[in-house]
Ligand binder design. Sequence first.
Ligand SMILES: [Zn+2]
Ligand SMILES: [Zn+2]
Length: 575
Amino acid sequence: MREENLEMSKEKAIITLLQGCNSLNKLRKIHAHVLVSGLRHHVAINNKLLNFCAISVSGSLAYAQLLFHQMECLQTEAWNSIIRGFAQSSSPIDAVAYYNQMVCASFSSPDTFTFSFVLKACERLKAERKCKEIHGTVIRCGYDGDVIICTNLVKCYAAMGSVCIAQQVFDKMPVRDLVAWNALISCFSQQGLHGEALQVYNQMRSENVGVDGFTLVGLISSCAHLGALNIGVQMHRFAREKGLVESLYVGNALIDMYAKCGSLDQAIFIFDRMHRKDIFTWNSMIVGYGVHGRGTEAIFCFERMLEARMQPNSVTFLGLLCGCSHQGLVQEGVKYFNLMSSKFRLRPEVKHYGCLVDLYGRAGKLEKALETIRNSSPNDPVLWRILLGSCKIHKNVGVGEIAMNNLNELGATNAGDCILLATIYAGVNDTAGVASMRKTIKSQGIKTSPGWSWIEIGEQVHKFVVDDKSHRDSIEVYERLREVLHQASLFGYIRDAETLKTSTTYHSEKLAIAFGLARTADGTPIRIVKNLRVCRDCHSFMKAVSVAFDREIIVRDRVRFHHFKGGQCSCNDYW
Ligand SMILES: [Zn+2]
Ligand SMILES: [Zn+2]
């Protein structure tokens, strides 16, 4: 009787010690104590020891393995500790290996936690077949209604890009918590399906599901991608109501969203009011200034960032260089490009070289641009393409041909390049050159990527593709466009039949503008997001529309923003 009591109190004392344990050193001492006390086969104590080693930040997976292999009659709890430990380690494959052993072992069977941890490992390994196999086991074991497991299945399938299966798992869940909804939203946004991500939000609203910071950040960044300002503003209001606007992550997402939706002033407003700023906050603001062509302000913001003792990274410099290039600040751009490696030890990447080539190219310093490409490594086709674009602005056939030859050598020529060079030939009345480019496109069957534009009306994002007839209001849009074209022509728009294109009449942004004019109230700005660069014809069309209808038009194209107002564009016709 007394001996039993003694045993009990020893056991209690050890468990109390284990609860207060915070280092591997202490754990080793407790473990030694366990051994000399004759408690080496005590299940609860062993499980606690193992759990600490496998999961705690100050634990050790090697020690955990040692303990694990000395344990007898391994129960589910022990397996879960070791699987969880490896699932979050640098070697998630071991978690899968232990899971495989567990399935074959006696004394234990997988439970909610086992499945969740091993699925986490599969997610990190992108092990699709294993995930499907575990999914099968989950169903056979009757766990397919488990919220935690299903949420992990959604995450796992999402990580592998299997959006349809992720959606199916989600749809079949009998109960869904917020974590599951968030998993589905990030599933869509990871795959670039931002419209679908926002659809999930509509579904959440109709089912009266609340949102948290994670949901908001996901949705706000989808708005940023789509240029869906109205929904973004709604998210902002939501964040204020929920008291989440103070959150660093939400703040950063809002800055990025406003900047990408063309509302730079709102981005600045939020930036100025953020008490805590991290690297993403500064970068979002500097990149925002950059893509809006406001180089001076990007530089000013960068200097403030240094004063705040924040270390810039390669994204910071992209924003800076982009701003310098769009504003024609050659000296400053070169200075910051050099500063990148000399002061901040950052190696310029292709994108940085691209900005520098663009900077020289736009400013007409084509020789300098050429030199930059030759000094860069690796020799990326993107750089030659940027140079080709500059040659178009400055009508330089010689350098244009050099760029084209290099693109050919790299086997990277596309239809856009041929059209660019043809335009350069046309600019100097070289009809033979134009004809040869036309032939190249035909003979090589080079395809153009179709242009599309998004426009947000109310809370709906509409997509228009070049020569599109698929939109449900297509007839109305085309009719309206003819009227708008006529009005625009009264305000100085002259149709410029671009060299190789038979017609630029139905470019997606024109369709989107006609639709926008029809569906929004007088005086509201029209915001468009486009996948390619705006062509010269559409550019002059939009300038004319901005006076003819007294509307501000904000277009985000592949590289920058254009703010059209009163017949002028913020890019000064230089893009
Ligand atoms: Zn166009
Ligand atoms: Zn412009």
